[in-house]
Design a protein around this ligand. Sequence first.
Ligand SMILES: Nc1ncnc2c1ncn2[C@@H]1O[C@H](COP(=O)(O)OP(=O)(O)OP(=O)(O)O)[C@@H](O)[C@H]1O
Ligand SMILES: [Mg+2]
Length: 146
Amino acid sequence: MDKLILSNEEELVDFAKKLAKKTKPAKENARVFALSGELGSGKTTFSKGFLKQLKVKEQVISPTFLIIKSYPLKGSKFKQAYHIDTYRLENPAEILNLGLEEILDNKANLVLIEWAEKVEKYLPKDSTWIKFSHYDKGRLLEIENE
Ligand SMILES: Nc1ncnc2c1ncn2[C@@H]1O[C@H](COP(=O)(O)OP(=O)(O)OP(=O)(O)O)[C@@H](O)[C@H]1O
Ligand SMILES: [Mg+2]
């Protein structure tokens, strides 16, 4: 497991961009970054930086009210990016009605998912897990299976 301290928002955004740059499609399913950790710990900040590096044209909004927001990509290793936030799901299985399985089944997809622990059982085994926490004035990231 890798541990990383990002002292401010800019450092976290830079880290997310670097990670996006070197991320390649998975072999059998979507490439998934499963983001966990307390409120305000940086999951959305990370996601916005990551998506910016993938040249998402539209402004990246927080998916909180939509649960799943998709962004078509051009000139990227991936065809489509999905930014998912399960925070408002009352029942984890609801995510299946929103098409999660189809999204995960496609190797051309890149998926960033906030509050991933809620739907852990539906996520691919090769997902990269990043646990975010507050650390002094910055954030601590614990990364598994990068
Ligand atoms: N590395 C950092 N150091 C200090 N502050 C940060 C850092 N990264 C993000 N922040 C700040 O933390 C705040 C909350 O971040 P963010 O919305 O990304 O958290 P979140 O984990 O998505 O929260 P939620 O669980 O509500 O979705 C923002 O105001 C952001 O500027
Ligand atoms: Mg968030």
